[in-house]
Design a protein. Sequence first.
Length: 320
Amino acid sequence: MRPASMGLQAIHRALCGMLAALALAAHAQSDPLRDRLRELLQRQRPAAPVPQPVQPVQPAQPAAPPLFQPAAGDPAAEAPIRIPPVGRVPVEDEVRLGRQVAGNLLGVAPLVRDDRVQAYVNLVGRWIALHSDRPELKWTFGVIESRDINAFAAPGGYIFVTRGLYARLRDESELAGVLAHEIAHVQERHHLKVVQKSQAVDLGARLLRQRAGDAGSPVQRLIGSGAEIMARGLDKDAEFEADRVGVVLAARAGYDPWGLPSVLQDLATVGAKDSAVGLLFKTHPHPDERLLRLAESIGSRLDGLAGPTLPPGRLVPLPP
């Protein structure tokens, strides 16, 4: 009886091991979006500046909490978001507002499921952001699933490019120009100024002190679906300023400063009735006007500048 008993015990242990392995596998797959955000969008910046744009290598993947979901019980997640109607917005509130907006946007338009593309865009974007006036922000970049041709910036350093726009880019200098334009919006706090001027924020500091979790509070209404703040039309002067500053930031980072003008020239060829540019043309001046203003403000001052010679067409391709 002893050999038979030992055989049954061995079978029992094997079955228990298989059940435990299946349970662990099911737990590991319980939240793919959380795991993917952890893998793709780490909050690290390049370790040290280099004389030319860094190579698109896969960054390290240290363990980190979900990027757009505050940890349960985090006191900062429970605190109200304070957006004063005038004056400087505290950085922590700007970042928390941007994180909520970005998280809501990703609920509508998720990240493109390609680790290489996401790591590459983060690497290029963070390198340029290091040359901005706000390098201390934990900048986060992503390519989202949308056939529209557009890019968005949220307060606190959250920047997204649509699949539709990324697919039209021809090389890394054009990507750098697009990201630099959006970085300029965050650097100059353009969207925060829109929020501060809005009628909801002007209701008064008493309402703004209410918890952002209150669905009736002005801040929560401004967060909306996530796309409202980022797609909200800025005035033309803000867009022209972001173009000028973006060209300078790209040049500072070692890229060809004419990457953004090249993108604008391409966008000018898209028909105004094309649905892919419907939102872009509603919230931005026409590319021809932007090019004219860039020419007036910059003139020939950047003619002598050129970024490092990059391999022709260097750009990580999108998945099908």
